[in-house]
Design a binder for this molecule. Structure first.
Ligand code: GLY
Length: 405
C-alpha cells in the first residue's frame, strides 16, 4: 500500500474521537441513565465473569467458542480463522475491565496467542471483528508495541481486499465473475481508522471512507433498510445483483444486517465527523425504531419480514448490537432524538438482561445471552447463544454504565 502521510488536522477531528468513544467513554449528558439499572450491570458483569469461567473450562486449547446447543448440551467450537474468533477474548477483556478478575485477563491473553496468526489472513474481510474486538481491546487496556504491530498488519491484510474499481473491500471470494460485498463489512472499518491514527498513513482512512460511500450508494433501499449482499461486476464495478444470504428474502430486512449498518455508520460519523454518515445512521435508526414489526420488548425478529410473524424467532444478537450502537448514536443527536434512542437502547438492555434472554447462572453452556439466530436459511445456529451477542451485550452494558457516571 502506498504510504501517504497526513496531518492530524487532515485526519478530521475524527481520529481523536475514535477511541475515546469506541469502547464507550462518550462525554454525554448523564441525566437519562437510570442509576439503578447501571448499578445492576455490576452484577451483570459479575454474572458474565462466572459464565465465561464455565465457557473456558472445557474449551480445547486452540479452539474458540462458537455456540452451544441446549437440547444436546453440546458446544460447537471453531478455529481462529472463523469470523467470530475475536469476540471471546473481547468479551473476556470487557468483563475483566469491569470486574478486575485476573482469571478473565489471563484467559484472554492465552487465547490471543492462537489468534495472532490471523493478522496475515487475506482470505477474509472479517479482520475487524476478529482482530479489533480482541487485540484492539487488549491494546486499549494495556497498549503494547506487539499489539500495535498485529493491528497494523491486520489492517494491511484487510486493505488487500479493496478494489478501487468497485470502491469496496471484497467480503466473500467467489469463483464466478462477481465481487460480493455484505452490509456486515461496515463493521471492519473501525480497524482502518485506528490504523490511520496509529501510523499517520491516510490510505486506510481513505479506503474506509470509499467503502462506506459505495455502501450508501448501493446497499440501501429508499426506506433505508439494507440488502444483505451486493454483487458487483469486478471489471466495471457496476451492480449486478442485490440479494440476501442470511435473510428471509432478497427484498427483506434481515435484522442483524440492519444492526451492522446502524453500528457501522455510527462509527463512520465518530471517525470522520462527516454529517452524511450521521444522517445515514439516523435514517437506519428511524427504519428500525418505527418498524411496525419491532416487538414491544425491542428485541427484533430475526428478519423484519420473517415469514409467519408474529410467530417467528427473535435474534437477541441484533438487539445487543443495536443497543450498543444507539447508546453511541444518542450522543451525536439533538435532545429529543437522543432521548428516544437512549430509551430504546435501555429497553433492549432491560429485555436482554431479563430471564427471557439472559441465561440462568450455570446454564447456556456458559454463554450469557440466549435466543440468537445465526443463519436461518441454512438452518445453522438457530435459537442458540452466539459469541457476538455476548460481546455487544457487555459492550452496551459498559456504555450504559459510562453514561451513568
Ligand atoms: N455474517 C455475519 C453475521 O452473521 O452477522
Amino acid at each position: 500500500m502506498m504510504k501517504k502521510r497526513i496531518s492530524w488536522k487532515q485526519c478530521a477531528a475524527a481520529t481523536t474521537l475514535v477511541f475515546a468513544v469506541a469502547c464507550g467513554t462518550q462525554k454525554q449528558s448523564t441525566s437519562k441513565a437510570d442509576k439503578a439499572l447501571a448499578q445492576s450491570f455490576d452484577k451483570g458483569f459479575a454474572d458474565a465473569g462466572a459464565q465465561y469461567k464455565i465457557l473456558m473450562k472445557d474449551l480445547p486449547a486452540d479452539k474458540f467458542p462458537k455456540t452451544y446447543f441446549p437440547t444436546t448440551a453440546k458446544h460447537e467450537y471453531s478455529g481462529s480463522g472463523w469470523w467470530c474468533s475475536g469476540f471471546y477474548p473481547g468479551t473476556l477483556l470487557y468483563t475483566f475491565e469491569q470486574t478486575k478478575d485476573e482469571a478473565l485477563y489471563k484467559e484472554a491473553m492465552r487465547i490471543l496467542e492462537p489468534l495472532k496468526k490471523e493478522q496475515f489472513n487475506k482470505s477474509t474481510h472479517d479482520l475487524g471483528f476478529m482482530m479489533f474486538c480482541s487485540f484492539g481491546n487488549a491494546n486499549r487496556l494495556q497498549p503494547k508495541p506487539e499489539y500495535k504491530e498485529i493491528l497494523i498488519n491486520s489492517a494491511k491484510s484487510l486493505c488487500t481486499r479493496f478494489d478501487p474499481k468497485v470502491g469496496c473491500i471484497k467480503s466473500w471470494d467467489s469463483k464466478k465473475p462477481e465481487f460480493l460485498v455484505i452490509i456486515d463489512n461496515m463493521m471492519n472499518l473501525e480497524l482502518l481508522f485506528w490504523a490511520t491514527e496509529a501510523t499517520g498513513d491516510s490510505s486506510y482512512y481513505k479506503i474506509a471512507v470509499t467503502h462506506a460511500n459505495t455502501t450508501i450508494k448501493n446497499h440501501f433501499r429508499p426506506d433505508y433498510s439494507s440488502y444483505h449482499v451486493i454483487n458487483y461486476n469486478p471489471e466495471t464495478g457496476a451492480v449486478q445483483q442485490k440479494r440476501t444470504a442470511q435473510g428471509a428474502a432478497d427484498e427483506s430486512a434481515w435484522a442483524r444486517g440492519q444492526a451492522w449498518g446502524l453500528y457501522g455508520f455510527t462509527v463512520m460519523y465518530r471517525a470522520t465527523k462527516d454529517k452524511q454518515y450521521l444522517d445515514q445512521a439516523n435514517h437506519i435508526a428511524r427504519y428500525i425504531l418505527s418498524h411496525p414489526n419491532l416487538p414491544a420488548d425491542k428485541v427484533p425478529y430475526w428478519d423484519f419480514n420473517a415469514p409467519g410473524l408474529p410467530n417467528a424467532l427473535r435474534d437477541a444478537s441484533a438487539a445487543a448490537i443495536m443497543a450498543s450502537a444507539l447508546l453511541e448514536l444518542q450522543g451525536y443527536v439533538e435532545p429529543a432524538q437522543s432521548k428516544e434512542y437512549f430509551g430504546v437502547a435501555e429497553a433492549m438492555l432491560r429485555s436482554l438482561s431479563s430471564p427471557a434472554y439472559k441465561a440462568a447462572p450455570g446454564a447456556n453452556g456458559g454463554f450469557l445471552i440466549e435466543h440468537c439466530v445465526g443463519h436461518l436459511p441454512a438452518k445453522s445456529e438457530v435459537d442458540v447463544p452466539l459469541t457476538y451477542a455476548d460481546y455487544y451485550y457487555v459492550e452496551a452494558m459498559k456504555r450504559y454504565k459510562d453514561l451513568a457516571k
